[in-house]
Structures are given as C-alpha cells and as structure tokens.
Design a protein around this ligand. Structure first.
Ligand code: PHE
Length: 339
C-alpha cells in the first residue's frame, strides 16, 4: 500500500493542465468521491491495525499535497485569464462615492474669497477666550446691560474664562499684534447660551471684518459691503443700512439686502418686507482703538460681522439651522456639486 501511495504521489506531483477545464478533470480524477486518492482511503480501512499509523500519515500527506497542487493549477488559470484578454479594459471602472464639502465651508470659502479680492487677509483666534478680548477691550463696560446681548457660556469665573460669543474678539487679538494699516477677516465658531430652534443654535459661525487705516470712512464701509452683497447674492442685490447699537462701533448699523428670493417684492423669507438682515457693522469706536494702543486721532476703521449659517440659509433656502449640525448625508450630499 505504501508503494501505491508513493506512486500516486509522484504522478500527482508531475501532472500538468493546459486549461481550467483540465484542472477540474484532474480534481475529479484524484479527489472526487470515486477518485484515485479516495479509493486509497477505502483500501486503508482494510489494512491491519498495526500498519494504520504509518500508512495513514503518508496517505494524509498525499491528500493535502493533491489538494494544494490542484488548487495551484486552478489559480494559475484564473490569474492568467486576465492576460488572455477575457477582461475588457475599456469598460468604465466601478465608481465610488466621494465626500463633499459642508455647505457652511462652501459659503465660508466664498466669503473669504470675495474679501480676499479686496485685499483682506485671514486671521484666527481662540474659541476659549477671556473677558478682556470678548468684552472689556471692545468697550463693554463692566455691569453694562450690553453684556446681556449675548448670553455667554462661562468656563471659569474670576478671572472670567468663557466661550467667545462673537468673532469680534479676534479684532482685539489682531490689534495687539499688528499696527495699522489692518485689513483682515476672521472666520470662526462662536457660542451662545441660547435655546436651540429652527432659527437659533448655541454653536454657530461668524465672519468678522476689520479695516483700520488713515482716513477710513463710513463710505468705505458701505462700498465694501455693497461689493460683498453683490458678489454673494447677485449683481442686482441692493443694500440698506439701519441705525443700530454695538458697544464697539460708533455709529453702528445693521445691513439688510434686498430679498434674493423674491427680488424685493415680498415673500415668506423676507416676511413680506422685501429685505433680509444679514450683518452688523459700524465705524470702530475710538475708545476701542485707544484701548488697543492705536492713536484714534490718526486712524479710523470699520468693522462688520455676519453669521455664516444665516448667509448659507438665504443662499440655499434652508429653513432650519439645525440641519447644519445633524450631518445627515441626505442633506449634505445635495451640496456636493456646489463646491
Ligand atoms: N459682533 C457682532 C455680533 O456678533 C457683529 C458685529 C461685528 C457688529 C463687527 C459690528 C461690527 O452680533
């Protein structure tokens, strides 16, 4: 029996196949239920017990070797079938999904781009701030009710450490480091202790702008913002400035744009008025300049700040601010081509 096994092993070792079909025939010849190897296993049952240990070992080795050999032959045909031109290399590949930018990033980049064309550079500041940079250096007197305009998340008290409620804090950071002329914008995340609703969120994004130089006037502010509005919402867009109040600007204004949806005729987005508010702005209060060691008799400046969510909602007619933070791909994938 050992001799038979040896012979068959030699035979299997030297077999070759030309096609996948032939390899399959070899599998049937040796390894199927009635194949030559299986026949030896039948014969194995009949040999005396004292031989079983030795023969069994060799027989098992034959079986494993035969399986490996035949698999090897089969694999070689699978691999080479590509070379034989069975694959059409001109077929389009399988496409895979790629991600897209978040709508807030798309609009932020656009804002940065528009002001970039006017020579504004970008600066950033920390999200965790102190009272000085968010309030005091911006002319919010201690205990002044203006501090309640923005409900603040405090992290520590005395000295006050807090999440910045607006990107105006970056104005102070920049004035500390840089002497005029200053022409920069500050995109970033801000935090307010507000109830979350379709129109408000406790986390949102702003872009702040600051321009300080000799002879900067309100006309410069107005022209800069008109340029921005037209680039962002279309060349027919009109702007309107309404008097307002911020502690760090004097005079202060809020800017409306003619409703980009109804063109000013009145619809539910502009609540029938034809105008929608998009930002706050004003001439930098001389007290703020002095507080940051800039001579207010020599320099003047303007500042503005807008919510990126608000601009994005107007731009894409999004009705609920919470959609930006849910990260539902069905919402996000609609903006893939907008980038
Ligand atoms: N910081 C103000 C806000 O968050 C916006 C603003 C910025 C107003 C700069 C005037 C000048 O509402």
């Amino acid at each position: 029996m050992l001799e038979k096994i040896k012979q068959l092993a030699e035979e299997v070792k030297s077999t070759v196949a030309q096609t996948a079909d032939e390899a399959e025939q070899l599998r049937i010849k040796y390894l199927s239920k009635k194949g030559l190897v299986s026949q030896l296993f039948d014969e194995f049952k009949t040999i005396p017990n004292e031989q079983k240990r030795e023969v069994g070992k060799v027989l098992n080795e034959l079986k494993v070797m035969a399986q490996e050999k035949i698999n090897e032959l089969k694999d070689s045909f699978q691999a080479s079938s590509h070379d034989q031109g069975n694959v059409d290399l001109t077929l389009p590949g399988t496409s895979f999904e790629i991600g897209g930018r978040h709508p807030l990033s798309i609009v932020k980049n656009e804002i940065v781009d528009i002001f970039g064309r006017l020579g504004f550079t970008i600066a950033e500041g920390p999200e965790i701030e102190d009272d000085w940079h968010v309030f005091t250096a911006l002319n919010f007197p201690l205990e002044h009710p203006a501090r309640d305009m923005q409900d603040t998340f405090f992290i520590a008290q005395d000295p006050d450490i807090l999440l910045r409620t607006h990107t105006s804090s970056v104005q102070v950071r920049v004035m500390e480091k840089q002497k005029p002329p200053i022409r920069a914008i500050f995109p970033g995340r801000v935090f307010r202790n507000e109830a979350i609703s379709a129109r408000a969120h406790c986390i949102f994004h702003q872009v702040e702008g600051l321009f300080i130089d000799k002879n900067v006037s309100f006309a410069d502010l107005k022209q800069t913002l008109l340029y921005f509005a037209k680039e962002m919402f279309g060349q027919d867009t009109k702007i309107r400035l309404r008097p307002s109040y911020f502690p760090f600007t004097e005079p202060s204004a809020e800017m409306d744009i003619s409703c980009s949806l109804c063109g000013g005729k009145g619809c539910n987005v502009c609540k029938g008025s034809g105008w929608v508010e998009i930002l706050g702005c004003g001439m930098v209060d001389p007290a703020v300049l002095e507080c940051n060691n800039i001579d207010s008799s020599e320099y003047t400046g303007f500042a503005f700040g807008m919510g990126i969510e608000r601009i994005t909602m107007l731009r894409y007619q999004i009705k609920d601010i919470r959609l930006f933070f849910e990260n539902d791909v069905r919402f996000l994938e609609q903006f893939r081509s907008a980038d």
